[in-house]
Design a protein. Structure first.
Length: 747
């Protein structure tokens, strides 16, 4: 059953639309289009194939939400573009021609709706001699910024934004610059980054030894660093901003199905699909919740139904490779040579809730391993059957499988993030725990609704405990753990991401990794008060338990800044830099309060609608947020203005001074709105600020403020909001996603 929220996401991102942006197909027609297009591949192997029957089989699997392919397949199958792959890896060679060829190819891929992964490890170090010009090289980080700028410039028809993964080997001479290159979170914003870790490096970390840095051109050692010092730098940056992640390169290449084709250097933007240069990832996910059945008043996993879905899903994904229209001939050639697919799952955490199993338990970890073992085993059996009917993948004879039964696909299983897909299926994402059981959804126009996890609501209603008041308490607390009136057994099972020790996150990832051909996309969530030692322990545990990579996020780390009120003191407690008025950096904003009251006003501008939110506490106005409507506008410009206004006001600048600076700024595209004439986005912000300020000064209760009650934000200044709908973003599956509208940083 497709939920209303899922229908909205499908309409916005997946349905065919006309030139005016109006949907031209229904959800049922979307599934018809996709199933028919993918089934047509059967004709390539059997001219008499019953395409109608195959299409119906695929359609039923999708409409019953038992299985969904990756987003580009849903968007583009049966359409002229026909690009069905989620992500690609492109090589970056050490010449200007190769670098800019990769940038061009990445732009073409982003235009088609795909993401890209790059290893910058082949580029010579910063300061190295360039023989052709006699100059010096600018280094990998400098060129990453060029790739980032190109990604920013590419628009993808409002469906998917370009996303990149940047990887540098730990033995590259520029590794320290790379590790810290995203400590300023306003830079290289279109990249996730990971350090490529070697076994040699990890042994040096364990033994507190130095390790060599290798010149990418000569392959000779140029210098050495202390491994623990470098490891500490990785931990520090990850603790501070959530990046870089780490991937274990030797483990990726240990499982490289076709080593004759070269080393695996990079992955897709979320880290779960290691690929050779010019390979693509073609992914799909089984919804475990759709494979539960109720018997005797309790839920059970229907293993027989799961086996059947696995077989059909492998058939579906192999057909995707067959009918795909690849954006580059090199990608078509490489992908068809290995025919890699990535079958994964979603709804795992929700399934555990139905079964009454805590995520953070040995029983939960064991269940995860058993399910993935079956998906991997049956998936390989299905690939063997397809090989018998259609032939093995072309490079089977030089693969690591060449002594065994022929396989149709060089890899079969991957655990991918399923941000938007899990919204469509109305289940938890990938193998992640539930992020929150109750939260406030901002639906614009001053409307805020409490959304409750439907499984929790069902359980509380059975126990006679459900109420809006109880849900409000859960919103305020962020979890059930410390809410009075909820039985301990319910609390034990209904744990959210921040209730779960990071150790259990890693144990769960390792259980799935043991039975996965490729890798597992997962985020280890830390509370804000986690220490750098906690992050280090998780990285070391991931190495010990056999993970292929790890991504962490400490709650609020990206929004946090050091706030100092009064004089600054040195390590001995002595005041320094007393003359604050003459010193930059000492007019600093007060902390944002945990709870604010606010007013949101919709303002008509030339580009569409601008939603302006002004929040305040007992000390007065403390922050401004903006969000643009569907028609577009200049979201980066209005957001920048709002951020500067917020910082200025909390630093003690008179709001009237800010209003005077912003009022009257003109933008050619802005039209006048009846009742509130504005000349630009900054002018609109000033007008709404002025309106709120006057109401406060005179004690007036203007209607929007009177209607909006204080809205707890749960984690104070550490919240981040969706740039499309204003809802809270979540860090999961190695990416940033919005559960409200389906926005994803990685897609």
């Amino acid at each position: 059953m497709i939920s209303e929220n899922a229908k909205a996401v499908l309409a916005k991102r997946y349905l065919i639309r006309d030139e005016h942006g109006q949907p031209q197909e229904t959800v049922d027609q979307l599934f018809d289009r996709v199933s028919r297009a993918i089934a047509e591949a059967d004709r390539n192997f059997d001219p008499q194939a019953d395409i109608d029957a195959v299409a119906q089989q695929f359609r039923d699997m999708m409409t019953n939400l038992e299985f969904l392919p990756n987003s580009p397949t849903l968007m583009n199958a049966g359409r002229p573009l026909g690009q069905l792959s989620a992500c690609f890896v492109l090589p970056v060679g050490d010449s200007m021609e190769e670098i800019f060829t990769s940038i061009k190819n990445a732009a073409l891929i982003h235009k088609s709706g795909g993401g890209t992964g790059f290893s910058f490890s082949r580029l010579r170090a910063k300061g190295a001699t360039v023989n052709s010009t006699g100059g010096v090289a600018s280094g990998p980080v400098s060129f990453m910024k060029v790739f980032n700028a190109a990604t920013e410039a590419v628009k993808q028809g409002g469906t998917r934004r370009g996303a990149n993964m940047g990887i540098l080997r730990v033995d590259h001479p520029d590794i320290l610059e790379f590790i810290s290159c995203k400590n300023n979170t306003s830079e290289i914003t279109n990249f996730n980054i990971s350090v490529g870790i070697t076994e040699e490096f990890m042994h040096a970390v364990e033994n507190d030894e130095d390790y060599p840095l290798i010149d990418p051109c000569t392959k000779q050692p140029t210098d050495q660093l202390n491994a623990r010092t470098v490891f500490a730098a990785i931990v520090q940056s990850a603790w501070q901003t959530g990046e870089p992640g780490i991937i274990f390169l030797d483990r990726l290449n240990r499982d490289n199905a076709v080593p004759s084709q070269g080393e695996i250097e990079s992955t897709n933007p979320c880290g779960e699909q290691p690929l050779l240069p010019y390979e693509s990832c073609n992914l799909g996910s089984i919804n475990l919740v759709a494979h539960l059945r109720k018997e005797g008043g309790r839920y059970l996993l229907d293993w027989d139904k799961l086996r059947e879905t696995i077989r059909k899903a492998v058939h579906f994904l192999d057909n995707v490779i067959e009918v795909n229209k690849y954006p580059l001939p090199e990608i078509a050639q490489t992908t068809l040579a290995t025919r890699k697919i990535g079958l994964g799952l979603m709804g795992f955490a929700d399934m555990l809730l139905y079964l009454g199993i805590p995520y953070n338990s040995e029983q939960g970890v064991t269940m995860g391993g058993e399910i993935m073992e079956m998906i991997n085993r049956i998936g390989h059996e299905a690939s063997e059957q397809l090989a018998a009917e259609r032939g093995a993948f072309p490079l089977f004879g030089e693969s690591i499988y060449r002594e065994g039964t022929p396989l149709r696909n060089a890899t079969v299983t991957t655990i991918a993030p399923t941000g938007t897909l899990s919204i469509i299926a109305n289940v938890s994402s990938g193998v992640e725990p539930v992020f929150a059981y109750a939260y406030i959804r901002n639906v614009m126009d001053n409307t805020h609704l409490i959304e409750t996890n439907h499984i929790l609501q069902e359980r509380l209603e059975e126990a006679g405990l459900y109420s809006e008041e109880l849900m409000q308490k859960i919103v305020e607390q962020g979890s059930l753990a410390h809410v009075d009136g909820i039985p301990e057994e319910i609390k034990r099972v209904f744990v959210c991401a921040h209730d779960i020790s990071p150790i259990w996150h890693v144990k769960m990832q390792a259980a799935f990794q043991e039975h996965t051909d490729n890798a597992v996309s997962k985020t280890v969530n830390f509370p804000n008060n986690a220490t750098k030692e906690d992050v280090e322990d998780v990285y070391l545990l991931a190495y010990k338990l056999g993970c292929k990579g790890i991504t962490i996020y400490r709650d609020g780390s990206r929004a946090e800044q050091v706030l100092n009120i009064g004089s600054v003191k040195d390590e001995q407690g002595n005041a320094i830099l007393e003359d604050q008025a003459a010193t930059y950096g000492h007019l600093l904003p007060r902390p944002r309060p945990d709870v604010t009251t606010g007013v949101t006003e919709k303002v008509r501008i030339g580009c569409g609608n601008l939603y302006i939110t002004v929040n305040y506490d007992e000390k007065g106005i403390c922050e401004v947020f903006t969000s643009t409507g569907k028609s577009g506008g200049c979201p980066s410009q209005s957001e920048a203005t709002a951020r500067l206004v917020s910082v200025g006001i909390r630093s003690g600048i008179d709001p009237q001074e800010i209003i005077q600076q912003l009022k009257g700024i003109r933008c050619p595209s802005t039209i006048r709105q009846p009742g509130l004439g504005v000349t630009s986005c900054p002018d609109a912000i000033a007008k709404v600020l002025e309106k709120v300020l006057k109401a406060q000064e005179h004690g007036d209760a203007i209607s929007p403020i009177a209607k909006i009650s204080p809205i707890p934000t749960g984690r104070g200044q550490h919240d981040k909001f969706c740039p499309e709908c204003g809802s809270k973003l979540e860090h999961e599956g190695g990416c940033v996603v919005c559960r409200n509208c389906g926005y994803s940083k990685c897609s």
